[in-house]
Ligand binder design. Structure first.
Ligand code: AMP
Length: 195
């Protein structure tokens, strides 16, 4: 979700940047990402911690974090320490076959980080094709592994937030803009009804 005054914090994007820059974190993370595994908690925690602090503990969207119960528990404590908390947790509901299609046809712009989809949002003609690449972890065999990791490690996080009345399940089917607008509207209603 993008909005001018809301910080988008994606641990995946931060990790890919670290890999591109050849930092020690990037070198370590590459091994896990290329094997479709989660990067160890303490490594990702540090990244989340500094990104949330840089956002001033306010008006941020976490994308891809937390991905385990351990990360969710740490996040709760960390936010309490800084006198804040999450207002809503969005779970996008999409069947596996659609996920496989979306990921296997996803392409990324190396320079801008922008995502494309070969059918629904192909790279524009004025973008140099040599800058457009497929993520290593978007290859078919990696996707199958990532879905298994999701079921095992990330799916339980939904319950963690469901019992805390923070989980907002949103239909993730449809065009990019339609899903975006659906999320924004669902969060708006959820947050205003909680106030
Ligand atoms: P994403 O761009 O969110 O799909 O993340 C790409 C990859 O980065 C994941 O498949 C993981 O290997 C790693 N990663 C991103 N966020 C996390 C996280 N919260 N915990 C562990 N690994 C992560």
């Amino acid at each position: 979700m993008e909005s001018n005054d809301i910080e988008h914090i994606s641990t995946g994007i931060i990790l890919r940047e670290a890999i591109r820059n050849g930092t020690p974190t990037g070198t370590l993370a590459r091994e896990y990402i290329e094997n479709s595994r989660l990067v160890p908690g303490p490594v990702v925690r540090k990244l989340a911690e500094s990104a949330i602090a840089a956002a001033g503990f306010d008006r941020f969207v976490l994308d891809g974090y937390p991905r385990t119960i351990e990360q969710a528990e740490w996040l709760t404590e960390f936010l309490i320490e800084h006198r804040t908390s999450l207002q809503a947790v969005v779970s996008l509901c999409v069947p596996d076959d659609v996920i496989v299609n979306r990921l296997s046809k996803r392409r990324v712009n190396m320079e801008t980080g922008e995502n494309y989809h070969l059918d629904f949002k192909p790279p524009p003609e004025d973008v140099d094709p040599s800058l457009v690449y497929q993520r290593e972890d978007d290859r078919p065999e990696s996707i199958v592994k990532r879905l298994a990791v999701y079921r095992e490690e990330t799916h339980p996080v939904e319950d963690y937030y469901r019992v805390r009345n923070l989980l907002l399940e949103v239909d993730g089917l449809g065009a990019f803009d339609a899903v975006h607008d659906r999320i924004v509207e669902a969060v708006r209603i959820f947050v205003s009804s909680a106030e």
